[in-house]
Design a protein around this ligand. Structure first.
Ligand code: SAH
Length: 258
């Protein structure tokens, strides 16, 4: 087993990078791939850069070249569901591209010639368990209540459901309302997840997890200082949840080996 972990922005994987036991660093396609061990498991870590193409290329290399058998994407996202607040966690159970439209040749959102528009996340249940455990046991240690309060948050809620991806940062309330109307089940919007899940699907149903922390409301100007939020809160949440997930996957694989 080897777990590939990626984040779109350097800040999003800094937490993971600083804690892994680095064995090898390889530069490929203008990216750095860090291989080593973490929580006892064999891991390969990469920073993908922002957007679907960047995430797809990185995922294809993680699986095809670095032999990742599981993929975890971590990062931040804009809320679409009105009940979500900054700091809440969303675990994808499926993803789709909200800006893909090859109609009238193919139904809107459908990937041409693949015959589907949504892609599953097989590790959703395990990621959900990891999120609840991290928030209940470690979150207050990593992010003291005063620091969380500075961003208007307390204990994060965790939701599971549809995440949608597109190649634009959504900060226009009218556009947010349009996506909510067209895809009412979508919990949040970001720019990489559906690409990662599609590559995992096409490269042999590689199990994946997408773990997102809400950083903004995908509407009016960002409510929080984005960089500070990622550094002070989001990277602990996504990193802490990813650590728990890596640990549980590793334990499960070790049990199966004996
Ligand atoms: N404002 C940031 C730009 C980050 S781009 C900056 O100044 O650095 C947004 C990144 O966060 C993408 O990787 C995307 O996946 C995620 N994201 C967070 N909120 C988003 C939103 N409202 N719309 C789209 N992507 C969002």
């Amino acid at each position: 087993m080897k777990i590939g972990i990626l984040g779109a922005m350097p800040e999003e994987i800094a937490f993971l990078g600083s804690r892994m036991g680095l064995e090898r660093q390889t530069r490929m396609a203008q990216r750095d791939f860090l291989e080593g061990t973490w929580e006892g498991a064999s891991v390969v870590l990469a920073y993908s850069r922002i957007g679907k193409v960047s995430a797809a290329l990185t995922t294809a290399l993680l699986i095809g070249t670095f032999r990742a058998t599981h993929v975890i994407l971590t990062g931040v996202a804009g809320a679409l569901d009105r009940a979500l607040r900054v700091g809440d966690v969303v675990i994808a159970d499926r993803l789709m591209q909200h800006d893909l439209d090859a109609s009238p040749l193919f139904p809107r959102y459908e990937i041409p010639l693949l015959g589907r528009s949504t892609f599953p996340c097989d590790l959703a249940d395990s990621a959900l368990t990891a999120a609840h455990a991290y928030i209940a046991e470690d979150f207050r240690r990593d992010v003291p209540p005063e620091r969380a309060a500075a961003f208007g948050m307390s204990r994060p809620n965790v939701r599971r459901g549809l995440i949608v991806s597109g190649d634009q940062f959504l900060d226009d309330p009218a556009e947010g309302a349009r996506i909510r109307g067209d895809l009412p089940e979508a919990l949040c919007v970001e720019m990489e997840g559906a690409a990662v899940a599609q590559v995992c699907y096409e490269m042999g149903n590689v199990p994946c997890a997408v773990i997102r922390v809400i950083s903004d409301d995908a509407g009016h100007s960002a409510a929080v200082d984005f960089t500070r939020f990622v550094r002070d809160v989001a990277e602990f949440l996504t990193g802490g949840i990813a650590a728990r997930l890596v640990q549980s996957l590793h334990e499960e694989a070790s049990r199966q080996d004996v």
